[in-house]
Write a protein that binds this ligand. Structure first.
Ligand code: AHR
Length: 309
């Protein structure tokens, strides 16, 4: 009898082990090269781990993203990962997921809902990235710099936190002022048109010593606009941005960009370590698993090109 019971238990354990976990991932969209690299990494990491990944691209539409999450509930997935378009409006959706008994993990961008509604957030600190950028610019200009700002998607966590982090440092230097801001939605095209607006507002970037962009793609678009207008970014103007894309290191080496804070796109291992750990019973995760970011300039641009992001 004992032998039959232990054989049955063994079979049960084997079946549980063999069943692939179904993990759903609601992604912001594909607005930037950073985002498409992050999506590719999630897909590759899921495949490597034998995870059945259910993927939804919200195309930068917060309502569509919430709908996708409700669809995941109907599919009875084992866990849900959300990279939220914007911080607000998540409470009801997260309550519905919780009521269905599905654990939720927030990745990359944050939500402003009650943290008890999700297991953990796995992400870099956008506020720290903003402070790093502000501190670099303050030292590069001895605290004397008129800045124009290219903002990311309104209401998104990196746009809010990078802005606040940068301003917290700028506020320490009376000579550091943000002269004008324009929204470029984190896209290259948005950066192009936002720079057209900034050039008009500042009469050809007069009195501007730096362009501060909430991501690399917007800066790359803005660089083209500035060059078309006969300006020389990188030579006459400093640039600070975020993501650390290969194209920004190329721009540094070409002399048209000066600094970027690299934000990891290889988030899949960080995220699935936590999700799978949780699904196999581990409970002692901090609410925020912080992923490191680092600042890079032309000095190390060449070596950064050869490294995984
Ligand atoms: O949430 C991270 C930000 O979103 C990236 O810095 C930006 O490129 C993306 O669109």
């Amino acid at each position: 009898m004992l032998r039959i019971i232990s054989a049955a238990l063994g079979l049960l354990a084997f079946t549980a082990e063999a069943r692939a976990e179904t993990i759903a991932f609601a992604q912001v969209g594909s607005e930037s090269d950073w985002r498409t690299a992050f999506t590719a990494d999630m897909k590759a990491e899921a495949a490597k781990r034998g995870i059945n990944l259910v993927f939804a691209d919200a195309d930068n539409d917060a309502g569509r993203e919430r709908e996708a999450v409700r669809g995941f509930i109907a599919r009875h997935v084992d866990a849900i990962v959300i990279a939220p378009v914007v911080v607000d409006g998540w409470t009801d959706t997260l309550k519905a997921v919780k009521a269905a008994g599905i654990p939720v993990f927030i990745a990359d961008r944050a939500v402003d809902a009650d943290p008890s509604l999700y297991v953990a957030r796995i992400a870099a600190s956008s506020a720290l990235e903003g402070r790093l950028a502000g501190a670099w610019l303050a030292q590069a200009t001895a605290g004397e710099c008129g800045v124009v700002e290219l903002q990311g998607t309104t209401g998104s966590e990196p746009a809010i936190q990078r802005h606040q982090g940068f301003l917290a440092i700028a506020a320490l230097f009376p000579g550091m002022r943000v002269l004008h801001s324009a929204n470029g939605n984190f896209t290259t095209e948005g950066g192009r048109s936002a720079m057209v607006e900034l050039i008009k507002e500042t009469n050809g970037l007069r009195g501007v010593c730096a362009v501060w962009s909430h991501n690399d793609n917007m800066l790359l678009g803005a660089i083209q606009t500035m060059q078309d207008a006969g300006l020389h970014p990188g030579r006459d103007l400093l640039t600070v941005s975020f993501d650390g894309l290969p194209s920004i290191y190329h721009a540094m080496l070409d002399g048209t960009a000066t600094m970027s804070v690299q934000v990891k796109t290889r988030l899949g291992p960080y995220i699935f370590d936590v999700v799978q750990g949780y699904l196999s019973g581990r409970r002692n995760y901090p609410k925020w698993v912080v992923v490191p970011s680092a600042l890079h300039t032309k000095a190390d641009a060449a070596s950064m090109l050869g490294k995984a992001h």
